[in-house]
Design a protein around this ligand. Structure first.
Ligand code: CMP
Length: 148
């Protein structure tokens, strides 16, 4: 099964939406296999968002993502990367369709509640930024046969 990395950003945690967001992944049929909450350091944020260095919004992005606690999650499931990107909606919440997490809860381009990997290769890189391999739990959901 494919893995993807998700982060519930400080605005998602601060607004009390973490439970709602996690519940959507579970209801969709994605399996939680790792989860932690931490207040990211600037060094962690810079490693995560290195590809955006030099862009006009980079400094603001680093300061936003380190402004409060965030939740790091690994999800497993069929086409997990693409499914989670669809569930999140467009990067700018104002362009995100109703029914998506950003379209239902957000109004901002930067404070867009959640981050998800954009490819399986990115997922592997981002998972390794936050989790040791032995922190990712292998188990079977009793409902697994319905999700294949
Ligand atoms: P994310 O999916 O975490 O990946 C990069 C982040 O940069 C993105 O979500 C937004 O939070 C942020 N971002 C992208 N474009 C802009 C922008 N034009 N202004 C402010 N923030 C942006």
């Amino acid at each position: 099964m494919e893995r993807t990395f998700v982060m519930i950003k400080p605005d998602g945690v601060g607004r009390g939406l973490a439970g709602d967001v996690i519940s959507r992944y579970e209801k969709r049929g994605l399996k939680l296999v790792a989860l932690k909450m931490q207040h990211l350091t600037a060094a962690q944020a810079e490693r995560h968002y290195g590809e955006h260095k030099g862009k006009s919004f980079y400094n603001e992005l680093v300061s936003f993502i380190t402004s409060g606690p965030s939740i790091q999650i690994v999800l497993e499931g069929k086409d997990a990367v693409a499914q989670v990107r669809k569930m999140h909606g467009a990067t700018n919440c104002l362009d995100a369709l109703p029914g998506t997490i950003r379209g239902d809860f957000g109004l901002s381009n930067q404070k867009n509640l959640v981050h998800a990997s954009d490819s399986p290769e990115t997922a592997a890189r981002e998972i390794a930024l936050y989790f040791e391999e032995d922190e990712i739990i292998s188990y079977e959901l009793p409902i697994a046969e319905w999700l294949r």
